[in-house]
Design a protein around this ligand. Sequence first.
Ligand SMILES: O=C(O)CCC(=O)C(=O)O
Ligand SMILES: [Fe+2]
Length: 352
Amino acid sequence: MSIAGQPKHVQEISAEGIEPPSEFFVKDTILAGNLGSVSLIQIPIIDLNLLLLDPYSEAYKDEINKLLDALSSWGVFQVIGHGMSSSYLEEIRNLIKKFFCLSIEEKQKYGRAADGFEGYGNDPIFVEGQVLDWCDRLFLTAYPQDQRNLQFWPQNPPNFMNVFEEYCNKVIVLTRTLLKIFARSQNLEDDAFYKEIGEKTLVQARFNLYPKCPKPDKILGVKAHADASIITTLLQDKEVEGLQVLKDGKWYGVPTILHALLINVGDQLEIMSNGIFKSPIHRVAANSEQERISLAVFYFPDYEKEIEPLQGLINSQRPQMFRKVKNYPSISFKSFHSGQIAIDTLRISPSQ
Ligand SMILES: O=C(O)CCC(=O)C(=O)O
Ligand SMILES: [Fe+2]
């Protein structure tokens, strides 16, 4: 089955074992380099429990320094001690698998519109000549609650809504705790980032399925990008790796850790931190042997909220690095599809 005018779901192409259509083949750019094997790198593992200790304790100081180093170099770390047990995270992974295991017809009940973003589907085509990601996804808005489009929320598995909602709530609590700790790491008031973001936040989730791909040396699960969010919380497949992060011009594979969640700085946090925290460029490799799943939860400010570097992080040594911005995801989206790095369009050059 293919939907009129749309390429088939990746899951179907993979199951049929046919040659992938040419739209999936990456073009030879620096961001598509080294698609063969990359070395796995142990990105920092941060224990949240240690960051909730007395700030004068040695254990706290060591952990906050490790965190600061992670935020300002990789822009990504694995968090443990977040209060969600391994078995709970396994329940969430099972929910993702159960949904993607349904027939295409069943999943298609929650299918996105041909030109839409929300719902179940393959990579939406927005520009001519776009290279397609080897990934089917279910994209949902979780908060604000009144912006949920419930027609896209699966009724099957039957407990989907409750389990997903509870998980989102836990991720939101974790995100807000991290924002406080990030502020402390800069000697700012606990609510410094939180005040800039405002009360109204947008929380969206992307459930990803990366079916087996016969050409992992020429095709990507997700093309190189930086997230437009403030913070992204990623639940990775427990066995199959695929996420890669670009650092100093080299790609590194991120290992998966059963009980950890992967946190990455999004562009809007890089902006608010005046460039101190880095929003990493990352991508997902395809895999010829194994299917992979993941769940990314993106935490955004409201579209109407203007974001800018915090005053407390601007000084003569570090002048303001980014212009103010509103509705950053739309800028990011356009840049992504025209091959630009979105955050660079907001950079203030030193002479300005
Ligand atoms: O699946 C992954 O590991 C990462 C997905 C991702 O980067 C995204 O959805 O923005
Ligand atoms: Fe991402």
